[in-house]
Design a protein around this ligand. Structure first.
Ligand code: G3I
Length: 374
């Protein structure tokens, strides 16, 4: 009898353990794309190491967590169209193949941008600036060749990048000098003709600035009046510890939405380091450069708890806006996967140790994101 009781107790214990393990299953963490499913696409800018398969760990994380990718560099004019009749497709082809292999919404970046534009673009055979007619022909060739090659495969294009200054004036680029404001609708028309189904975007940084906000609202209205296709405004969202002012950012989001146009955060990162610019101005102008100074690189061994708390709250603030306006937010795209891969380690000062992205230097999702994926 005693023996029977022993076996009976053992059986009860086993059943109990089984029941416990069935009734309290370990919840599997969601991926980022699952966490924001139904709200917006979760995108990542990928570099050539990743699209070519050399960053094996990075690639597996990108495939797991993101349902959209954008080309960080390989589709910029100087890379993809370095000379008038020379296109370099290898990296861009691999980028698109990577996105297709993982069933992602693929975004092309960027067709018309004053920066990283190949030098031949604006110059005639005598070294002078080309005429308006020639520039339009070159723009058309550039846009229709690239968009045409990936027709139906790249689903959205940053057509014009960073055309407006913080005060709302047009940036004084060669595109603007030669063609005036007309270069923007013209670029959109060329892109639309090359792939009528592709989504088309305007994209810019410091969008929380009132001058820029007003200029874009006006520009959206002008494009609409002309019947030009414009699907969304790309708010780059290169943020820092004290910028943008989230209320100003919200006002910009509201203002863009009020025009009937959707919005996206297209290049989200949060610069954890001290602002190098004397006037504290926020920007992402790649041509701005400063000499290295140690005092501007305080977190070589890791962020302080206080800095980390502030950084976390900035992430929450930006994601909070995207979630609040999710009905009009198409995509939140981070500008790189892991901290060590960010452009912000070398801009605007080279050689700093920055912490701007959602994954750390060990490819781990940062703790602040745990509440979203739980
Ligand atoms: O690939 C070369 C490498 O061969 C060479 O050894 C090395 C030496 O400098 O340069 C490498 O190219 C660099 C490239 O990034 C790839 O790392 C370029 O110098 C560097 O200028 C380039 O910077 C990129 C920058 O745009 C300019 O195109 C950043 O990675 C990229 O994150 C940044 O992205 C821009 C967006 O397109 C537009 N919005 C702002 C954003 C941040 O500046």
């Amino acid at each position: 009898m005693r023996k029977l009781n022993f076996y009976y107790s053992l059986m009860l214990l086993a059943v109990g353990v089984m029941a416990a393990s069935c009734s309290a299953p370990q919840e599997k963490e969601k991926t980022l794309k699952e966490a924001f499913d139904g709200k917006f696409l979760m995108g990542c800018a990928i570099n050539v190491e990743q699209s070519s398969g050399r960053d094996v760990v990075g690639d597996s994380l990108i495939a797991l967590h993101f349902n959209s990718i954008v080309a960080e560099n390989c589709m910029k004019c100087e890379k993809i169209h370095p000379e008038e009749n020379v296109y370099f497709w290898d990296d861009a082809d691999r980028f698109v193949q990577f996105g297709e292999a993982h069933n992602m919404f693929i975004v092309g970046h960027c067709l018309i941008w004053h920066s990283q534009c190949a030098p031949w673009f604006f110059v005639d055979e005598k070294g002078g600036l080309v005429s308006a007619e020639v520039l339009k022909q070159r723009m058309k060739d550039h846009i229709s060749t690239i968009v045409g090659r990936y027709k139906g495969r790249i689903k959205g294009w940053d057509v014009v990048n960073e055309a407006i200054m913080d005060d709302g004036s047009y940036r004084d680029t060669y595109f603007y000098q030669i063609l005036g404001e007309e270069f923007i609708p013209f670029a959109f028309q060329c892109a639309h003709e090359a792939d009528p189904d592709a989504e088309l975007y305007l994209n810019d940084y410091s969008m929380a600035k009132p001058g820029k906000r007003e200029a874009y609202v006006k520009l959206i209205g002008q494009l609409k009046e002309k019947g030009i296709r414009l699907d969304a405004i790309g708010i780059q969202a290169h943020a820092g510890m004290d910028y943008p002012d989230l209320q100003e950012m919200e006002q910009s989001i509201q203002a863009f939405i009020a025009t009937g146009t959707d919005v996206m955060f297209t290049e989200l990162d949060i610069n954890a380091l001290p602002n190098v610019f004397e006037d504290g101005h926020e920007n992402a102008a790649v041509e701005e450069r400063f000499e290295y100074e140690q005092r501007m690189n305080p977190y070589v061994e890791g962020m302080t708890e206080e800095a980390q708390r502030l950084w976390d709250s900035r992430v929450d603030g930006m994601l909070g806006l995207a979630l609040k306006y999710h009905e009009h937010f198409r995509r939140v795209c981070v500008w790189g996967l892991c901290d060590q891969q960010s452009w912000l380690n070398d801009w605007p000062m080279p050689g700093r140790t920055n912490y701007p992205l959602l994954f750390d230097r060990n490819y781990q999702l940062k703790p602040v994101m745990k509440k979203y994926v739980k």
